[in-house]
Design a protein around this ligand. Structure first.
Ligand SMILES: [Fe+2]
Ligand SMILES: [Fe+2]
Length: 301
């Protein structure tokens, strides 16, 4: 159902009593892609006139750009729902020495920045708009999407390096185990999946949209022959996350990001959508406007 800009402007709550127009994207990486990209994205969001804009993570590394990005996006849509991406919870050795790890970003800094911008961080709490519940999570990876036939040294997945590449989360993401050591990725994935399960359980809506940053389904993974690519696929997400989402029969739309490769398919009643912007070098569109137009999916619920 089409929702006019005039109706959206008259108040998201009123609009959401009827149909709801979602604009969806992820992986906008504004710290790397630059402000002109944000301007173009804002123009596209305004043209689409959604009731709800959803950004499924990898918004910007660093508090200042994260906040300015959300402020700009919130000015374009009545509701802005976001989930954290792995880049959004990156920390540094200097910050870690002051006790700022990825949990600090996820549980304290990002919620505060979202509140300041008037956005809602689904990692912190689910949101109900009209008759639709929205739940979300950064998610994480637990190696369930790894390529089992890839011959890697036994410690490759714990060190995050193989075939000449290093998965950057091993440099910049650090989820403290409470004793100053990094939690294994599967433990992080378990914790965040349990949180999402709690959020879903707390929703009493009959219709639910889930947004995660990391992938949840095998079909969302782009398989290539190159060993480095095959290795990195292990860090794309978690099949267990997909099992949780698919088990909730109220979920009609599952949004993800992280991969920078778009996909859109149905599994029965569930539509799984990935609509990322990604890095400039990955764009196939001829210009910024074309790239953001491609990256901003519109779903009328
Ligand atoms: Fe990304
Ligand atoms: Fe990511």
């Amino acid at each position: 159902m089409f929702v006019s800009r005039a109706r959206a402007a008259s108040g998201a709550r009123a609009a959401l009593a009827g149909g709801v127009r979602l604009a969806i994207t992820s992986d906008i990486h504004i710290d790397l892609n630059g402000e002109p990209v944000l301007d173009a994205l804002c123009a596209r969001v305004r043209a689409v006139a959604p009731d709800v804009l959803i950004v499924a993570g990898d918004i910007a590394t660093g508090a200042a750009t994260f906040l300015s990005t959300l402020l700009a996006l919130k000015a374009c849509a009545p509701e802005l729902l976001v989930v954290a991406g792995n880049h959004d919870v990156w920390t540094s050795p200097a910050a870690r020495s002051q006790g700022i790890d990825s949990w600090t970003w996820l549980d304290k800094l990002l919620p505060a920045l979202c509140t300041e911008a008037g956005a809602r961080l689904l990692d912190a709490a689910p949101v109900v708009l009209g008759n639709v519940g929205f739940a979300g999570s950064l998610g994480w990876y637990d190696l369930t999407l790894r390529e089992h036939l890839l011959d890697v040294p036994s410690d490759a997945y714990t060190r995050g390096t193989f075939a000449g590449v290093m998965w950057n989360d091993f440099r910049f993401a650090f989820f403290d185990d409470g004793a100053g050591k990094a939690l294994p990725c599967a433990a992080v994935a378990d914790i965040l999946r349990a949180r999402l399960g709690d959020h879903l359980a707390s929703l009493s809506c009959k219709r639910v949209v889930v947004a995660t940053h990391t992938l949840a389904f095998e079909r969302q993974v782009f398989r290539k022959e190159r060993d480095a690519w095959r290795f990195v696929n292990a860090f794309m997400g978690s099949l267990k996350l997909g099992e949780l989402i698919a088990a909730d029969r109220r979920v009609e739309l599952a949004i993800a990001g992280h991969t920078h490769i778009a996909s859109d398919f149905r599994m029965g009643r569930l539509r799984a959508l990935v609509s990322p912007l990604g890095y400039r070098k990955e764009w196939r569109a001829p210009d910024v406007a074309g790239a953001v137009e491609k990256a901003l999916a519109v779903v009328d619920l």
